[in-house]
Write a protein that binds this ligand. Structure first.
Ligand code: SF4
Ligand code: SF4
Length: 332
């Protein structure tokens, strides 16, 4: 019988044991329906999720709700929106109770005296031209000043097909700002001209992402198996799809047979009662979905399938470690 021990040497086995103990149980929370930007292709606004439910304004309701989430077994709160930093009291309510990650566009700096070690993922959509075209502003020039040198912040770099051949300059700028970066791919939910992926552009960006990881190993938080999965949409001969997606809110999950999935995962709207279908756009066609976290989780929940060859299992370990680093369950 093939076992984990039989596939790994001592070093890899120790890495495996470390992550086996983590038992991460995440859920996602829309902190607010508002944002100080309006990016073309933002899944939140393009799918109308900002109108799904009115915001709960009473902070004590948030506190009670988070305590209930903790009792439900959640040990990682992923805060999105809208822009969470518009509601720092809500962010603080999570931070005081749970391991918390906060996505932000970086315009408002989380005060570090109030949130000393809260991990921040700053959105970045390309170079100056792409950001102006898609987001109306060169966001990097603002966010990099706010967070330069911050050990608990990294860029969530959404790569578009326009970025092929240009990523190195951006990663160099991030490194110069003393920050780290994790790459993901745009799903182009609003069909902006010139931003759709083709098999050729996906192949090209995979090779470029691999090169960036090789050339900037201390700055880029990634692994090559993740690049393969996200650009091909395939894992061990299976295709990423609605029937495979792990990041579906449990109450929406009517699939049969049920795939391996994130246990008790929910994505909550900001009224704290409504839930959304999944970790990203409610209206996205799953066959075009490039969501990075969903692809990472897809690998993570399918451990057993990777206990096949030494390389498959090492690939699984690297994806798990990457996720753990991005959400502070392991040091960089
Ligand atoms: S900053 Fe984020 S939440 Fe706001 S519009 Fe852009 S992508 Fe959407
Ligand atoms: S849009 Fe993406 S994350 Fe959402 S259910 Fe479909 S495949 Fe999963």
């Amino acid at each position: 019988m093939i076992t984990v021990e039989s596939l790994l040497d001592t070093n890899w086995y120790e890495r495996y044991i470390k992550i086996s103990k983590l038992n991460i149980r995440s859920s996602i929370y829309d902190v607010t329906n508002r944002c100080n930007l309006r990016c073309k292709g933002c899944f939140f606004f393009s799918s109308g999720e900002d109108k799904a439910a009115p915001e709960e304004m009473d902070i004590t309701q948030w506190e009670t709700f988070i305590d209930q989430e903790k009792q439900r077994g959640v040990n990682l709160a992923i805060l999105i929106g809208g822009e969470p930093t518009l509601c720092l009291d809500r962010v603080e309510a999570f931070y005081k109770r749970l391991s918390t990650f906060c996505a932000t566009n970086g315009f408002i700096k989380l005060p570090r005296d109030r949130f000393p070690d809260l991990m921040v993922g700053i959105s970045l959509w390309g170079d100056e031209d792409d950001e102006k075209r898609l987001r109306g502003k060169d966001c990097f020039s603002i966010s990099s000043k706010q967070y330069a040198g911050d050990p608990c912040a990294y860029y969530l770099y959404t790569i578009t097909p326009n970025q092929i051949g240009k990523t190195e300059r951006i990663i160099q700028k991030i490194q110069d700002a003393g920050l780290k970066v994790h790459m993901q791919l745009l799903s182009n939910d609003e069909g902006v001209d010139g931003f759709n992926w083709t098999s050729e552009t996906l192949k090209a960006i995979r090779s470029e992402m691999d090169d960036m990881l090789d050339n900037y190993p201390k700055t880029v938080i990634s692994c090559k198996y993740y690049h393969e999965i996200i650009t091909t949409g395939e894992m061990l001969g299976r295709r990423f799809s609605w029937m495979e997606c792990p990041s579906v809110t449990d109450t929406f999950d009517t699939r049969s047979p049920k795939p391996k999935r994130l246990i008790n995962f929910k994505r909550w709207a900001s009224d704290l009662k409504t839930t959304h279908r999944c970790c990203t756009s409610e209206t996205r066609d799953c066959s075009t979905c490039k969501d990075g976290a969903a692809h990472m989780s897809w690998v993570m929940v399918n451990k057993r399938a990777h206990i096949r060859t030494a390389q498959d299992l090492k690939n699984w370990i690297e994806v798990y470690e990457m996720f753990a680093k991005l959400y502070q369950f392991m040091p960089w």
